[in-house]
Ligand binder design. Structure first.
Ligand code: WT7
Length: 648
């Protein structure tokens, strides 16, 4: 990204009108909340848990910390599905829209809280009738349809641990997740609509299940009407099961620390990590951020454009908004179908007031020109959100001016799959914005920027972003791998959560997240590990060795660039390059398809044989190599790699 920064140094205080109506008004109010949570965490979180969640049994105490493990709201019992549904049915929310959904072809549904409750109960009864129960694991592999949310909440209702796998993942990736989780149920659909074409899902499930003997059933939603193969005895239609299910399904009270879901994300090795979130703390903090960060009010129409397969879809489509009683817009397809104004049209049509999306999407839409948003009435908007990566000044400025008409605060929300909920973001009626900064931490979040010894660095100096104290919605474990959990997050600095991000903190205490410090890439706001792509590449019969680095990209932030050495043989590089890109898409998923494959006779290595990724990064970024190369084994390799730059 080459970005002149026209906004350098600008500060955008909240407008008096926004402050007047905000859930948290003015800096003093924010500061009081922050100070209270820091000084008396037990009272602060205990009080919120009691007042903001519905309990079947009250907790005995607020937390137990034995880093790296911690428990919140110990001894309590509750149910996430009950909190997202049943508790809204006694009052005026009963007939409020919970989900306003639009399919890509233009079909629409509005589902009230009462109706959503009914759908969830019926589907939970379908699952129950097959013998599944509390503690079992289910995979959800679905398009962006309301039933994806129904499936999550039905699992939660029964205490079944769900793991949503993004529909863009391949059969191979799906299989690895099913196996790692020991799932016995897969909930899927025939397919979904994307760019006017059907993306089939069931065939990938069939392929994955060839090597997953523990899966007893799949439940298949009919969405597109393409007739998938159904295996007798194993595969069941959602609508057939529904015929005999009834409307009443009591929510099973589970322990505060009962696993709610596992979501796989990329780490620094080739194997994805199953991030485990539990019930009470996760639900409380996602609920609170709806009020603190999105300033949610009863009559807001809220739209988060994420896919349900990423953590943003979990926390800010399903659990946060529904627990907070919001009206949630959900859209199946892509922003460019049938034309580049689909999102703006949806905002106008449903009078969306709160809109949450990613810098990648914003950059892609900027490119299409202002005529697309300008053709629609966006005056319903009152707040905009951004997530997934740092938002660059040009994207911020456009989002603010063209979409928000200069009226809407932009909440730049920093968080991670592991943090469960937003940890650093402005409370929009309190904290003045600085474009590009996530501003200040949420109450209870003791964030700091430190050096490798854990000592705070001076203002404006670069360091590691860490969190000093456990928080309610934090990751509890890596599924099946507590050692990796302890090592990755708590092993770098004693008793401190290591985020893996570099950051600066300015003299006002504002946080500026700079990006990952590990071998994790961020492509379109989706996390991808260099190792994962490398292991996929070396599984190809022609590949001897591979090194993968991220390369700056104008739209997607980063793009995947692969250096590959080949086994002996005669290859056409053009053909093989295409084949390898397709291979990675097949092994991981289309979103991981490398932007570039560069063939090389060798890779630059240290004397101990470690590939020097830093040098490769320099090559793809600037095409020059500065840095220290004294440990480099073969300087010639490097010059040849740099010289290749202009080849396709
Ligand atoms: C990583 C987490 C959080 C849901 C989506 C991604 C980067 C995320 C921001 C932001 C700067 C950000 C960080 C973080 N990131 N939001 N507002 N500003 N960087 O979740 O896949 O777990 O990735 O995304 O590098 O560590 P994820």
């Amino acid at each position: 990204m080459s970005d002149q920064n026209p906004l350098a140094g600008s500060i955008f205080p909240p407008s008096p009108e926004f402050v007047a109506q905000a859930n948290v008004s003015g800096m003093a109010a924010y500061q009081a909340l922050y100070d209270e949570a820091a000084a008396r965490p037990e009272q602060f979180w205990g009080h919120l848990a009691e007042t903001e969640l519905a309990w079947q049994q009250k907790f005995d105490h607020v937390f137990e910390w034995a880093p790296p493990f911690s428990k919140w709201f110990v001894g309590g019992q509750l149910n996430a599905s009950y909190n997202c549904l049943d508790r809204h049915l006694d009052g005026p929310r009963a007939h409020k829209a919970a989900i306003i959904w639009e399919g890509e072809p233009g079909d629409t549904r509005t589902i009230t809280y009462t109706e959503l409750h009914r759908l969830v109960c019926r589907f939970a009864n379908s699952i129950k009738s097959l013998g599944y129960q509390t503690g079992d694991r289910a995979i959800i592999y679905m398009p962006m349809v309301p039933e994806a949310v129904v499936a999550m909440l039905a699992c939660a209702r029964l205490g079944i641990i769900h793991s949503v796998v993004f529909g863009g993942f391949s059969a191979e990736a799906l299989k690895a997740r099913i196996q790692d989780l020991g799932a016995t149920l897969v909930i899927t659909a025939d397919g979904g609509w994307r760019r006017a074409k059907e993306v089939k899902l069931k065939p990938a499930v069939d392929e994955a299940l060839l090597e997953c003997p523990e899966v007893k059933h799949t439940i298949v939603l009919r969405r597109t009407g393409s007739e998938p193969e159904m295996m007798e005895g194993r595969d069941l239609w959602w609508h057939t099961l529904d015929e005999t299910s009834h409307d009443d399904c009591p929510a099973v009270p589970v322990d505060s620390e009962h696993p709610l879901f596992v979501l796989y994300t990329s780490g620094t090795t080739g194997k994805p990590k199953g991030i485990l979130h539990t019930t009470a703390g996760y639900l409380l903090q996602t609920t609170m951020s709806m009020k603190w960060v999105f300033d949610l009010k009863e009559n807001d129409v809220y739209w988060c454009s994420a896919d349900i397969g990423w953590v943003t879809g979990h926390s800010y489509i399903t659990y946060g908004p529904l627990s907070a009683g919001a009206t949630n817009v959900m859209y199946e397809g892509t922003p460019d179908t049938p034309a580049f104004d689909r999102w703006w049209q949806l905002i106008a049509k449903y009078k969306v007031t709160l809109f949450y999306t990613s810098p990648t999407a914003i950059r892609a839409l900027i490119r299409q020109g202002d005529q697309w948003p300008d053709a629609h009435d966006l005056s319903s908007l009152r707040l905009l959100g951004s997530v997934g990566e740092p938002i660059n000044p040009a994207a911020w400025e456009w989002y603010h001016r063209v979409i928000g008409k200069g009226r809407c605060p932009i909440v730049d929300t920093w968080w991670q799959t592991e943090t469960g909920a937003i940890l650093i973001a402005p409370m929009p009626g309190a904290v003045p914005l600085k474009p590009g900064s996530g501003t200040l931490p949420m109450p209870g979040i003791l964030a700091e920027v430190v050096d490798l010894d854990g000592k705070p660095v001076p203002p404006d100096a670069e360091g590691y972003l860490i969190i000093r104290r456990p928080w309610p919605s934090m990751i509890r474990n890596i599924w099946g791998d507590p050692d990796r959990y302890a090592q990755t997050y708590w092993g770098r600095m004693e008793g401190v959560y290591f985020t893996g991000d570099a950051a600066r903190r300015d003299a006002d205490g504002y946080f500026w997240v700079l990006g990952r410090v590990d071998d994790v890439m961020n492509v379109s706001g989706h996390r991808l590990s260099t190792m994962e792509v490398e292991s996929a590449l070396v599984r190809h019969p022609a590949v001897a060795e591979a090194a993968v680095v991220a390369k700056p990209h104008e739209i997607t932030g980063q793009a995947v660039c692969c250096f590959v050495t080949l086994k002996k043989g005669d290859y056409n590089h053009d053909v093989l390059g295409k084949e390898l890109r397709q291979w990675v898409a097949h092994e991981i998923g289309a979103f991981a398809r490398p932007e570039e494959i560069r063939f090389s006779e060798a890779l630059p290595k240290t004397r101990s044989g470690k590939i020097m990724r830093r040098l490769l990064r320099e090559i793809v970024t600037s095409n020059t190599v500065a840095g220290d190369v004294t440990t480099l084994e073969d300087m010639g390799v490097l010059t040849r790699l740099a010289a290749q730059q202009d080849e396709p």
